[in-house]
Design a protein around this ligand. Structure first.
Ligand code: SF4
Ligand code: SF4
Length: 426
């Protein structure tokens, strides 16, 4: 970052010393994880730039948007409908924390056996190191897993405004009705906050913007099916992570520019690793920035990750929202129908998720699946058993890795991943 952003961070109320400590770790970790990868597409320079300015320029943009009267909406979950936020001229940003920070402080509020995502979110808030949280006019919580649901009851005292959405546990007619009522309530809440109206025209614009972003990610996902893989899994994950932060239009055009480059690579049979490199699909819990631990281990064993069945991945970007409705109500129905397709493990039963993992593995030519569970995440850790059983029955080798953000188990995970990759090599 060439500009001095310290006055801006101070105005946002960040703890400058703690924030410096965070950036002091983040910068070198990024360098070491991403920039030295062989045969990186040129287009990834844009994402290097975004990451170098992730607490700088993008935050300045959010502040400028606020000055222009727009509201910033912080979200922890892919169930928060960005279409509605954009329709009301809001800016949505992801707040999920992918690193441990102020864990001891967070554990004053939460039991030790809380998943690292929730603990990280508390730690970032308590230590005052997240400029996205500080810039948010409202944080949207969602009653998904028990950890989040109960966590928001405490988190509400750590942020100026928290709006909690109730969410269904089943994909039934009753579940859909609940989601629709909650999305409607969310729209009404944002209308009050922004002073704007959720009209059909506004919703159509919001839908078009988010659909364009998702369509670019679908294009990227299809290109990753090529062998040799035209882009690394780490870079694919990074693009999925930046999806939650960047300006939507700029993000869409940057992803499309990389896809143009990858198309050329695919035509010339060029890739980041030789043809025949073992191909892995990662499935499970979301990986927020800067959680690059497992993908780094996997790709360092000589395998390549070709997709992520994750909220920071295909689960978050799959399916477009139908844009054919003519009234605001019809368009809201389409938004609900799209979000009800998300295969989060909070749903029961959740058969569609394992079917989705199987179809992704097939379409992407993945020889094996690594299921990633965050310690103490009951929904995904419990679901991992049936998912593994079904995948193995269908002939897809599967490895379950349960871990957290710590580095203590890196050696042990590496040994298990190496043995798994050997199994894939046959
Ligand atoms: S795993 Fe479920 S609860 Fe967590 S971010 Fe994804 S959709 Fe939301
Ligand atoms: S990782 Fe699991 S426990 Fe943690 S917030 Fe997501 S669904 Fe809840």
């Amino acid at each position: 970052m060439s500009t001095d952003y310290r006055p801006m961070w101070k105005d946002l109320g960040l703890d400058l010393e703690a924030h410096d400590a965070l950036l002091g770790v983040l910068g070198p970790l990024y360098e070491q994880t991403f920039t030295k990868q062989p045969h990186r597409p040129d287009g990834m320079k844009y994402f290097d730039f975004v990451m170098s300015e992730v607490h700088g320029l993008r935050i300045q943009e959010l502040i400028d948007a606020k000055k222009a009267g727009r509201k910033v909406v912080g979200s922890f979950c892919t169930f928060v409908p960005e279409e509605i936020v954009l329709a009301l001229d809001g800016v949505m940003v992801g707040l999920c924390a992918g690193a441990e920070f102020a864990t001891a402080e967070a554990e004053k509020y939460l039991p030790r056996n809380t998943c690292a995502l929730i603990k990280g979110a508390f730690g970032f808030a308590l230590a005052r190191v997240c400029p996205y949280l500080a810039a948010s006019d409202v944080v949207v919580g969602e009653n998904t897993c028990d950890g989040k649901k109960k966590g928001y009851e405490i988190f509400k005292d750590l942020v100026p405004q928290l709006h909690v959405m109730d969410l269904p546990q089943t994909k039934s007619a009753e579940g859909r009705a609940l989601m629709r009522a909650e999305f409607k309530k969310f729209g009404t809440y944002l209308e009050g906050l922004t002073g704007k109206k959720l009209t059909a025209e506004a919703l159509q614009k919001g839908i078009a913007k988010v659909n364009a972003k998702r369509a670019a990610m679908h294009r990227l996902a299809k290109l990753r099916a090529a062998d040799p893989a035209p882009i690394s899994g780490l870079d694919g994950l990074l693009m999925n992570q930046v999806y939650f932060y960047d300006d939507p239009d700029r993000f869409t055009s940057s992803v499309n520019a990389i896809c143009d480059e990858l198309e050329q690579r695919v035509k010339k049979h060029e890739g980041v690793a030789p043809k025949g490199t073992p191909r892995i699909l990662v499935s499970g819990c979301p990986m927020a920035v800067p959680n690059w631990k497992l993908p780094t281990i996997i790709e360092k064993t000589g395998a390549v990750i070709v997709g992520e069945e994750s909220c920071v991945g295909e689960r978050g970007t799959q399916a477009l929202t139908a844009d054919t409705g003519r009234t605001a109500n019809e368009l809201l129905d389409a938004v609900v129908d799209r979000y009800l397709k998300i295969d989060c493990a909070i749903f029961t039963p959740n058969e569609s998720r394992v079917n989705h993992v199987l179809s992704m593995a097939k379409e992407l030519g993945a020889q094996g699946v690594i299921h990633y569970g965050l310690q103490f995440c009951s929904p995904y850790q419990i679901e991992a058993g049936p998912v593994e059983k079904r995948l193995e029955q269908e002939g897809v080798p599967t490895l379950r890795i349960d871990t957290d953000y710590g580095q203590e188990d890196v050696g042990q995970i590496r040994t298990r991943v190496e043995a798994f990759v050997e199994r894939l090599r046959g």
